[in-house]
Design a protein. Structure first.
Lengths: 337, 263
């Protein structure tokens, strides 16, 4: 369905010294530097899969998505969707895809939402009959009715995101690209959006490529994840496998009555842990312990800590994606093919 | 082609609806434009109150040239105003992404999105001035001259459009090219007067380099004299076609260089 082969994108950056003087210097004597935003990225997504495309900020996720959607021309390598290439056959290619950038909108800002859909209907040549059917499906999944007649500029962020997803699905694309579709949304709306994505995927076998920083998005939606960092492919496989391979990191936050300080050394010797399995951050009367719960169960860690310090409050949470990446790097990447 | 027209109509309708949403903005635009035109015309009156003739042209002939020069400018303004936004901010802010993910030509899409009715001002002023000046401008009116004169108008318009396309496309490399469009576009002032009043260097410049003389003076000169259609009209046709070809080439190269913006 989707093939990305050795995608590479270079940007030329002009280095400026700070201040007005620096700007003048850059204007007349530019110092150029080539920045590699994506390097040798390859993966394959079969039909009907939801792929989580993750990595820290600035990892090159958006660059890769923009190459896959035909917005950027790769410096090297190529991508294909259904055998079509965006650079050679852009117009046919984009008919097969729907794109939502969470930070932007493709809706007509000043007009009632319904107007956007009637324009897109013509642009994508959707027949009257299909359009009706489509709108009722999208209405059902994304619940657009209550605001479809309001000008787009008056919509809340959550409404706008639902409206944007509907706009990208109007022409029944085979592939849906969602770049941070849950960014800035509250828990209830996030949940609605996730359910909608799942429903679209199940009912229409739409292949979905999703970027996000929210681990719950990935856990609830994604069959598989591709992780990139600094423009390179660092992992390709399932989330459970990732967690299994790279350890189940947990984070415990303790709050004490008085100022207290914990050292990782004490824990390492006291619990017989290696240095990659435990990290401690101290901040006045709060300290955070991140540890590998495969090596030491949460209960044991709690017991040990409680015996060592006078604790007022405790919080437990899953390590986020950044944590997994951090860890992945310490152990060295082993991308699976 | 049929589909393009249909989409064009729909996008224009959207744009008009949008304009209606912000009425105050629209009227301010219309008024400021009328003031601009009034100053231009007053300037001609002042010159002719001092000197009876300008480079061998009567007052009404100059008014006719001035009036005609507003027609291609107005048509271009009416149809392709969104190219300014490409130069000023669409590319810089990464908003060009949208055009590249839709199954229509991005250049067509971006142009079709704006229908600038402010331009009605230029067209009304231009046509009024021509009607006012025509009876006294010693025009050489016959079927051939009028046909060729009217025939030239779309090509004159394309000279404007091509310059805007090429300049806007620079934004794909340098991110913002609004001021480049403004600088070159501003030279259209030269189209309002006979080239014979300029020095040879400027005359050469506005004829062959940034050929605004073909958007006003030369076609109007043809209607006045009926002479030299090959240069006065044919020149506009050939130059506009070459310019369009080159500017679309630059545009297409630019699309490949487009870098979007971080998100």
């Amino acid at each position: 369905m989707i093939y990305a082969e050795n995608l590479r994108k270079e940007f030329t950056k002009i280095i400026k010294d700070p201040g007005l003087k620096g700007s003048f210097k850059a204007l007349f004597k530019p110092r150029k530097e080539i920045v590699v935003a994506a390097d040798n990225i390859s993966f394959h997504v079969p039909k009907g899969e939801i792929l989580g495309f993750i990595g820290p900020n600035g990892a090159g996720k958006s660059t890769v998505i923009k190459m896959l959607t035909g917005i950027l021309t790769p410096t090297k390598g190529q991508c294909r969707i259904n055998g079509k290439n965006p650079q050679n056959d852009r117009k046919k290619y984009v008919r097969d895809i729907g794109v939502v950038f969470g930070q932007r909108t493709q809706l007509w800002w000043d007009l009632p939402l319904v107007e956007t859909y009637s324009v897109l209907k013509e642009i994508y040549e959707v027949s009257d009959e299909n359009f009706k059917e489509r709108m009722s499906f999208l209405n059902e999944v994304l619940d657009l009715k209550e605001f479809i007649r309001s000008p787009v500029r008056t919509l809340s962020l959550g409404q706008r995101m639902r409206a944007d997803i509907a706009a990208s699905m109007l022409h029944s694309p085979k592939v849906l690209f969602l770049d941070e579709p849950t960014i800035g949304l509250d828990v209830v709306v996030k949940d609605n959006i996730r359910r909608a994505i799942m429903k679209i995927n199940q009912e229409e076998q739409t292949t979905v490529i999703l970027t996000t920083h929210d681990i719950s998005d990935i856990e609830l939606l994604c069959d598989r994840i591709v992780m990139i960092d600094k423009g390179k492919n660092v992992y390709d496989g399932s989330l459970t496998e990732l967690k299994k391979n790279y350890g189940q990191m947990r984070e415990l936050t303790f709050e004490c009555d008085n100022e207290c300080s914990m050292s990782a050394e004490t824990f390492k010797s006291g619990l017989h842990l290696s240095k990659d399995d435990i990290f401690i951050e101290n901040d006045k009367n709060v300290f955070k312990i991140r540890f590998n719960s495969d090596v030491i169960p949460v209960g044991d860690m709690l017991n040990y800590t409680l015996s060592a310090a006078r604790v007022k409050d405790i919080a437990v949470r899953d390590a986020d994606i950044e944590e997994i990446i951090r860890r992945l790097y310490k152990e060295g990447a082993k991308p699976n093919e | 082609m049929h589909r393009a027209l249909k989409i064009y109509k729909i996008l224009v309708a959207q744009n008009l609806k949008r304009v209606m949403e912000y009425k105050a903005d629209f009227f301010t635009g219309a008024v400021s434009f009328l003031i601009d035109q009034a100053i231009g015309i007053a300037f001609i009156f002042i010159i002719f109150s001092q000197i009876p003739q300008l480079a061998g042209f009567q007052f009404e002939q100059i008014v006719f040239i001035y009036g005609f020069s507003q027609i291609p400018k107005g048509i271009d303004h009416l149809l392709t105003d969104n190219l300014w936004s490409v130069g000023y901010f669409i590319v810089k802010k990464g908003d060009f992404d949208k055009y590249l993910t839709r199954p229509i030509n991005p250049l067509f899409h971006v142009i079709a999105e704006t229908f600038q009715i402010d331009a009605a001002g230029e067209l009304v002023v231009g046509i009024s001035l021509m009607i006012y000046a025509a009876p006294h401008a010693a025009l050489c009116v016959n079927a051939l001259t009028v046909t060729l004169f009217v025939f030239a108008i779309p090509f004159c318009t394309l000279i404007y459009t091509s310059i805007k396309i090429a300049c806007a496309a620079f934004a794909f490399w340098i991110k913002s090219s609004g001021y480049i469009i403004q600088m070159l576009y501003g030279m259209n002032e030269f189209s309002k007067y006979p080239t014979t009043i300029y020095s040879n260097i400027i005359k050469f410049f506005v004829t062959y380099i940034i050929p605004f003389a073909f958007t006003g003076y030369y076609p109007a000169l043809y209607l006045m004299t009926g002479e030299n259609p090959l240069f006065n009209i044919g020149g506009a046709v050939i130059i506009s076609m070459v310019m369009l070809f080159v500017s679309v080439l630059i545009w297409n190269k630019g699309l490949k260089a487009y870098e979007s913006a971080g998100s």
